[in-house]
Design a protein around this ligand. Structure first.
Ligand SMILES: [Fe+2]
Ligand SMILES: [Fe+2]
Length: 229
């Protein structure tokens, strides 16, 4: 099954390293997770064809692969449950699929929203709610829910920018993806810009993740510079 991802088109390429590493360390990828990875590959491939913003779709894909892999690494150190590790990987891969909906359906006005977020220095999701009445996190969670994704990964997408709103208060895939996404810097400007606010800081402190940020920053720099480009 893994080779289906690895030997496909360019979008699949970045999956080789994380999938190889993770399967070697924590065991074979569960069917439920491989279905989610296939879904991500299909969705990004379709979006690349449909969206007038091809370069942005590719950039979000790379961002998502790096986020998924770092999230899995974080989960490995904070959980001994392989399901949590794989769900963290899948959640990172899928966390920004709501952006694909906006880029495919609403590209010109959506780029205006991104521009406005940059100009104002406002979090993208705040402006999305003002303009669309929803956010890319909520859109992505709704899409995966309709396609039968497990609740943990749906919640990871929904709460990837504000996991302290999640009913799960312990370390979970949403925690890992939140930190990985924060450190990756966001696939689109102002979408988690690498600067945690007070609520984020309190959340990371409570879970014991705060003190490990410098280490994970270093691991993310490695992923950005070498492994997953
Ligand atoms: Fe996002
Ligand atoms: Fe992101």
């Amino acid at each position: 099954m893994m080779n289906e991802f690895i030997n496909g088109n360019d979008l699949d390429g970045g999956l080789r390293e994380p999938l190889t590493q993770l399967t070697q360390r924590i065991g074979f990828i569960p069917t439920s997770i491989s279905s989610l990875v296939s879904f991500a590959v299909e969705l990004f491939t379709l979006s690349e064809g449909l969206s007038p913003s091809t370069a942005a779709v590719r950039e979000i894909w790379s961002h998502s692969v790096r986020t998924g892999y770092l999230a899995a690494l974080i989960a490995e150190t904070h959980s001994d449950c392989s399901q949590v590790i794989w769900q963290s990987f899948a959640g990172g891969l899928l966390h920004d699929i709501g952006l694909l909906i906006l880029l495919s359906q609403e590209a010109p006005p959506f780029w205006g929203v991104v521009e406005l977020a940059l100009t104002r220095g406002t979090n993208l999701q705040v402006l999305e709610r003002e303009c669309y009445g929803t956010t890319h996190a909520e859109l992505g969670a709704a899409l995966l829910s309709r396609w039968g994704g497990c609740q943990e990964v749906v919640d990871t997408i929904r709460f990837h920018d504000d996991p302290f709103r999640n009913s799960e208060t312990r370390f979970c895939p949403a925690s890992a993806v939140f930190l990985a996404n924060l450190l990756e810097g966001g696939g689109i400007a102002q979408d988690s810009d690498g600067v945690p606010n007070a609520a984020c800081e309190a959340y990371l402190l409570r879970l014991g993740l705060w003190d490990h940020i410098p280490y994970w920053q270093g691991r993310m720099r490695d992923l950005q510079n070498v492994s997953l480009r």
